[in-house]
Design a protein around this ligand. Structure first.
Ligand SMILES: [Fe+2]
Ligand SMILES: [Fe+2]
Length: 476
């Protein structure tokens, strides 16, 4: 049969990999170009051409219906569809501006995703292969949990490798999902959401069980240097290790007692700047943490861990910018939280907690250097309720943040600190020498707490304890 007579079934065009996935992009192109459908009746052998739109308006998956009619595009039209789709994608990517100048990175840390060629290997996997990979990772972590091994190097390697897989696979799937309608995207990402959550559960448990082993966290950070997803891997692993450290600390009543005693001299002035309508004497630890400072229950811990893993997923939209070593562009950087938030909330069934982490992780308590969704919503809320006052700084739960009783969401405040610290201590930065841990802590104290009110003062002090504890272990 000559090539021009080859017919391609619509099911193969729109759902090439599996029936769950529907290529909405192709449907749009077929509509725009007015590409006709060749309808063939299997019983009578009758053929006729119909406008796609007419059939689609009657039934939006008419080609999947069982009956005597089958539907095809000509091979020529199929090639046109593919070409138009590729052009659309290139136009879409080209709309992302590139700017020639580099700016002061300290003011605005850039998350260094550094994908590189290995990313292509993940992007090229089939949907089944991606899920299989995550399942295999989960099994590997569970085996280590079950064996109760003390081999730090083996645990660290497994944690780093599996985190890299999960971060890259999530990125690759989301890059596809953002092109689809919401319900289709959710269908496409459901298996990914389920298997990522399962993997994170095992991984977070393994970190929390081993975080107090001698050199565990240092080994983790060391091992995740030089891998492709350095930033995402380190932030995730450091983030969950910090949460375990935090939980351990606040479970001892003496730590909270100490904070309470030192609060007036050490912190109340800082928090008064955030709660300016309150008298300094009225501000205490209960004003900083809505409902009082407390440990994080396991269910929340796992949800936050997922949020840490996908916190920069919004970079999937401008993957070329974030992949490259191009110049700093604040608009694109800002956009990653918006895209991340929107994608997680509308294109996946990841929990709301993870969505807020992606959307709120650069807020800096409303400081103009920060950016994100919360400030936008808050502005609107204040416009509608001019007398509204926010009496608390940080909430562990969603409701107080979403109803504007608190200024910030706990895991997002934690992530801000970890993100900045990671950015300035990253040894792989091309154009700036990495800071030592003490230099980084001193700089953050000065620039992000003393001069401005960006990261949280109490959480930062706990973070500094966590880092110094790691350093001590390193020296042993
Ligand atoms: Fe980040
Ligand atoms: Fe980010």
């Amino acid at each position: 049969m000559p090539v021009k007579d080859v017919k391609v079934p619509l099911s193969r065009v729109f759902s090439p990999r599996n029936e769950k996935y529907l290529n909405k992009n192709y449907i749009d192109i077929v509509m725009e170009e007015g590409i006709p459908v060749l309808c063939i009746n299997n019983d009578s052998g009758k053929e006729r051409q119909m406008p796609f739109k007419v059939l689609y308006d009657t039934n939006d998956n008419f080609w999947m219906q069982v009956g005597s009619w089958e539907y095809f595009f000509s091979n020529e039209d199929f090639i046109t569809i593919k070409e138009k789709a590729a052009k659309k994608m290139a136009d879409w990517k080209a709309r992302i501006p590139k700017i020639a100048e580099k700016s002061d990175e300290l003011k605005e840390p850039i998350d260094n995703a550094g994908f590189g060629s290995e990313y292509q290997a993940y992007a090229g996997m089939s949907a089944e292969e991606k899920i299989k990979c995550l399942k295999k990772d989960k099994k590997q972590l569970n085996d280590l949990l079950f064996q109760k091994t003390n081999d730090e190097a083996e645990i660290a390697k497994a944690l780093v490798d599996t985190t890299k897989d999960a971060a890259m696979i999530n990125h690759a799937v989301l890059e596809e999902a953002i092109l689809l309608a919401d319900h289709e995207a959710k269908r496409l990402t459901q298996d990914l959401v389920d298997s990522t959550q399962e993997m994170v559960r095992s991984s977070a448990q393994l970190v929390s069980e081993n975080v107090f082993n001698n050199d565990m966290v240092n080994t983790l950070v060391e091992k995740s240097n030089g891998t492709i997803v350095q930033h995402m891997t380190r932030v995730y692993l450091n983030g969950i290790a910090f949460l375990s450290f935090y939980n351990n600390l606040v479970s001892s009543s003496s730590a909270i007692k100490k904070l309470r005693i030192s609060f007036t001299g050490k912190y109340s002035n800082y928090y008064q700047k955030l709660l300016p309508h309150m008298r300094v004497g009225d501000i205490n630890l209960e004003r900083v943490f809505y409902g009082g400072m407390r440990a994080i229950p396991p269910e929340l811990y796992f949800k936050w861990a997922v949020g840490f893993l996908i916190h920069d997923i919004g970079k999937a939209v401008a993957v070329e910018y974030h992949e490259g070593e191009g110049s700093y562009d604040r608009n694109i950087v800002i956009d990653h939280v918006k895209q991340g938030f929107k994608s997680v909330m509308t294109k996946t069934n990841y929990p709301m907690e993870a969505g807020l982490i992606t959307g709120y992780h650069h807020e800096y308590y409303g400081n103009p250097d920060g950016y994100g969704y919360y400030r936008t919503y808050l502005q609107q809320h204040k416009k509608e309720n001019p007398d509204a006052r926010i009496d608390y700084c940080i909430s562990y739960d969603l409701d107080p943040v979403m109803n504007y009783y608190a200024l910030a969401y706990f895991p997002a405040k934690v992530l801000e600190i970890i993100d900045v610290y990671d950015s300035v201590t990253d040894p792989h930065r091309v154009y700036r020498k990495a800071m030592t841990s003490e230099e980084a802590l001193a700089m953050m104290q000065e620039e992000f707490i003393k001069k401005e009110y960006k990261i949280d003062a109490v959480l930062f002090d706990i973070f500094a304890m966590f880092i110094r504890e790691q350093e001590k272990r390193k020296k042993k």
